[in-house]
Design a protein around this ligand. Structure first.
Ligand code: SAM
Length: 352
């Protein structure tokens, strides 16, 4: 991307956070902000959402349980951030309209979307729901649930180690990493884990401040059983590329989420840890609660396609173990049983 090159030539090496911000979110050339990113079979990578509608149906059941816990309030808001083309919202709303009309009537669906082109895609995909779906100009206070799938891994990170930082510089015409013995900003990670995601910490501060009552559910890939790997992943057309300097603006860049730092910050913001587990256990819990008849109106489609989707979402060698689910709560009674998704939770991190 020429603008990155020009800036480094003029001002010298820049942080990887700045580079990642340009590559993904430069208003004109960024991989996401330009609308170039495609998810799914014909795109660059799969997500839970692109596997099929079952993921949204299971989460819709979890949202319904939360709505009941909040006393079936009729100003319940589902906030989604990182909604891409609006497919998850559509899967959730279609399912609730058909199976839980009382909840459907009580809720509003709010999408926090900074990029006009993605907002346009979402408006088209969700047109049939009229003003049930809203796009505020900035985050607003709400009661209900804030949901995100693979939002945090797409936030720009600084690459830090041993008190120093890896910057992006130029060697002739080529982008290269440059080791710098000092860091570029005053804010420091509390632990040195290879990558520092300041936007994720700012996100939790902001979301906690706006949540009046309810839950935050974030699904992402991060801490694995072996621990946190601070390595940038680069994906294009279902291939892992070797370097973030390949196909800049045409490839996805992600960093696995350092859940411990998010949890630490959430607690500092007065949030309670309502659960933390892997996706396999989370979705199995929701499924079992649906099958037990706790939501008599909820019926999941049984078909070879739905079974394939379920296997992809649950299988430990597919998406079941790679992804984790964190739920945070505010102003909800804490002497209740765990949410459906945490019924079988294997707590990967000590919760409160
Ligand atoms: C990996 S994609 C996931 C898309 C979708 N949730 C899914 O699972 O298919 C990450 C998305 O997060 C969006 N995103 C990144 N930072 C954001 C922010 N601060 N607010 C809203 N969306 C953001 C990107 O534009 C992109 O659409």
């Amino acid at each position: 991307m020429q603008i990155i090159r020009d800036r480094i030539e003029k001002d010298g090496p820049h942080s990887f956070e700045w580079f990642m911000q340009q590559a993904l979110y430069h208003p004109e050339h960024g991989y996401y902000s330009s609308g170039r990113c495609q998810i799914g079979r014909k795109g660059d990578y799969f997500t839970n959402v692109s596997v099929g509608p079952l993921f949204g149906h299971l989460l819709a059941a979890q949202f319904a349980e939360i709505w009941k816990r909040l006393g079936k309030t009729n100003d319940f808001i589902i906030v989604e951030q990182g909604a891409h083309d609006g497919q998850f919202a559509r899967d959730v709303l279609e399912f609730l309209r058909e199976h839980l009309p009382e909840f459907f009537e009580s809720l509003r669906y709010r999408i926090l979307e900074p990029f006009p082109i993605l907002k346009e895609h979402q408006r088209r995909k969700l047109a049939m729901f009229g003003d049930k779906v809203e796009w505020p100009d900035s985050p607003e206070p709400f009661a209900g649930v804030h949901f995100s799938n693979e939002l945090l891994d797409a936030m720009p990170v600084r690459l830090v180690s041993n008190g120093g930082e890896k910057l992006v510089g130029l060697e002739g015409d080529k982008f290269v990493f440059v080791e710098c013995s000092q860091r570029t900003t005053a804010s420091q990670p509390s632990r040195d884990r290879g990558a520092f995601n300041q936007p994720a910490l700012d996100w939790i501060d902001e979301t906690a401040a706006n949540l009046n009552r309810g839950y935050i559910i974030a699904i992402d890939y991060g801490r694995s059983e072996e621990g946190f790997h601070g390595k940038v992943q680069v994906r294009a057309q279902h291939r892992n590329l070797d370097s973030p300097f390949e196909q800049i603006g045409y490839a996805d860049l992600t960093m696995s989420v350092d859940w411990e730092s998010i949890i630490e910050r959430a607690k500092a913001n007065g949030l309670c840890i309502a659960g933390f587990t892997d996706q396999h256990h989370f979705l199995t819990g929701i499924l079992s609660v649906i099958q037990s008849g706790r939501f008599p109106q909820l019926l999941l489609a049984e078909s070879p396609k739905a079974n394939r989707e379920l296997k992809t979402l649950l299988h430990p060698e597919m998406l079941g173990r790679a992804f984790q689910v964190l739920a945070l709560a505010k102003n909800v009674e804490n002497n209740q049983p765990p949410l459906a998704g945490f019924k079988f939770a294997r707590h990967l991190i000590q919760s409160d």
